[in-house]
Write a protein that binds this ligand. Structure first.
Ligand SMILES: Cc1ncc(COP(=O)(O)O)c(C=O)c1O
Length: 488
């Protein structure tokens, strides 16, 4: 039997591909044109329902694409929570813009692995150029070297590994175990920092004991005096402070840590300063929001996610550093089979992190940045901030709602204050019930968090297709939900 025959089931010949691709692009165009809005934003499937409708073993013979399409629509689609739905306001806004989808499509077709410059010179060079564009757009120093990873979690992990390398304790060679001379290492972040920072600590061998959650001030920013105290206490106990992670745009309230003051502390104490601007970094493309990166020019490393608020399909995280040589020292390891005639003369991006294989992510980002232009990006971000401020204004006017944090960007945290319900568990439960009512609508999807007074609801705006009308519907659903809950 000839296994190499092209008419074996499986791959498509180019004419069939053309037809199928047109069908798929038509589906996507309809989805963007309004199809997404017709679907429940939050999937209604029960746990196990999707898996239960799929066969436990793979098909022995290839199936017609018709059948795959049918099952996509019947089984997979109902289990999709639509992050591209205009009513998606739950987590940081993520819209896969149309240009971003096109860039992804092309990247999948080329299927290059940009591990080395030579394995795809354009993947490396486009990445460096696009990251340079973004560096300028955010007002970061020209001396920052930038590259892409998949997520902010991984960017921060890599950055803290570089911090460990910079400490000069030769973890690269000797590891950390069985070294009594090595003091426990400590990383500091505010108690509002993203969980990925603590996860990086447990991955890198600092343990959760090596992670300090520093208290926040009245506006959910890191308390610098409390940080200094913790550093002093750790040194007194024989621990070794290693790095401070500042957050620009915290996950719950989008508060901005005082980065310049944290940079002072890091410089005085000899610590690595990593800035996690995963969500809010994009806002700095607008001159009126550029303040949020004050002091970031003094960071050792800095991350923001184009896949959060720069209309790029997940995944794309931009990691910058003033110390690319430290990243190389931490990670470069070149076996014979990965050497090329230009090794050492070019940038091989595999040298800056854990992974070898690298997707051609810069292509979709390039497509997005060129298609929107800086003005287009700014206009969308400004629109989102304006909608958030208007929503916050409405919250402030309601006697039975209470805003729980400032609104520097496009997220509003608030809670219901029904008459006669005191602070405490019952009030928290009321918020969660209200949340479930709004989310059950299928029109709007919100999330929640815990802030100082208790449970808060979050309205996070960041979708390209969210309109003031969607915010109006959100307000109606909240009001209706409260009326129902109050009349029980
Ligand atoms: C401040 C902050 N940092 C990091 C992350 C993690 O991002 P990623 O999903 O890209 O790892 C988030 C996610 O929302 C975040 O809000």
């Amino acid at each position: 039997m000839d296994d190499h025959r092209l008419d074996q089931p499986g791959d498509l010949d180019h004419e069939a591909f053309r037809t199928e691709a047109h069908r798929m692009v038509d589906w996507i165009a309809d989805y963007f044109a309004g199809g997404a809005r017709e679907l429940p934003v939050l999937s209604r499937v029960r746990p196990g329902e999707v898996a239960g409708r799929l066969p436990a073993i793979m098909p022995a013979t290839g199936e017609p694409l018709e059948h795959i399409w049918r099952d996509f629509e019947d089984i997979v689609l109902p289990g999709v929570t639509h992050w591209n739905h205009p009513g998606f306001m739950a987590y940081f806004g993520i819209t896969g813009s149309a240009p971003g989808v096109l860039g992804e499509l092309l990247s999948a077709a080329l299927n290059v692995n940009g591990m080395l410059w030579r394995t795809c010179p354009s993947a490396t060079e486009l990445e460096l150029v696009v990251l340079g564009w973004l560096r300028t757009a955010l007002g970061l120093p020209d001396s920052f070297f930038g590259f892409l990873t998949d997520t902010a979690s991984i960017s921060s992990l890599i950055a803290l590994a570089a911090a460990r390398e910079a400490a000069g304790i030769d973890v690269r060679q000797k590891g950390m175990a069985g070294r009594p001379e090595l003091p426990p290492l400590v990383v500091y972040a505010s108690d509002q920092a993203h969980s990925s920072i603590a996860k990086a600590c447990l991955t890198l061998g600092f343990g959760l004991d090596g992670y300090r959650a520093v208290p926040h001030d009245a506006e959910y920013r890191m308390d610098v005096d409390a940080l200094k105290t913790k550093i002093r206490e750790d040194r007194a106990r024989g621990r070794r402070p290693l790095a401070v992670v500042a957050t620009v745009g915290t996950t719950s309230t989008t508060s901005v840590d005082p980065v310049a003051r944290l940079a002072d502390v890091c410089e005085a104490e000899g610590l690595w300063l990593h800035v996690d601007a995963a969500y809010a970094g994009s806002a700095a493309t607008c001159p009126e929001h550029a303040w949020c990166l004050d002091g970031c020019d003094r960071a050792s490393s800095f991350v923001f996610n184009p896949h959060k608020w720069l209309f790029t399909p997940i995944d794309a995280s931009a990691l910058y550093t003033r110390h690319p040589e430290v990243f190389r020292r931490a990670f470069s390891l070149i076996p014979e089979y990965l050497t090329t005639p230009v090794t050492g003369q070019v940038i091989d991006l595999m040298d800056y992190g854990v992974q070898l294989g690298r997707r051609f992510r810069a292509l979709k980002l390039w497509w997005v940045l060129r298609s929107f232009g800086l003005d287009g990006l700014r206009a969308r971000i400004r629109g989102h901030v304006a909608m958030a401020r208007e929503f916050a204004g409405w919250v402030d006017q309601q006697s039975d709602l209470e805003r729980l944090a400032p609104v520097p960007f496009s997220v509003v945290c608030f809670r219901a204050r029904p008459e006669g319900l005191p602070e405490g568990e019952a009030l928290d439960r009321f918020q969660l019930e209200l949340l479930e009512r709004v989310n059950a609508s299928g029109e709007i999807y919100l999330s929640h968090t815990r802030l100082d007074p208790g449970i808060a609801l979050r309205v996070a705006i960041g979708n390209l297709r969210t309109t003031p009308g969607d915010l109006e519907r959100c307000r109606q659903l909240i009001s209706e939900g409260m009326t129902c809950l109050n009349s029980r």
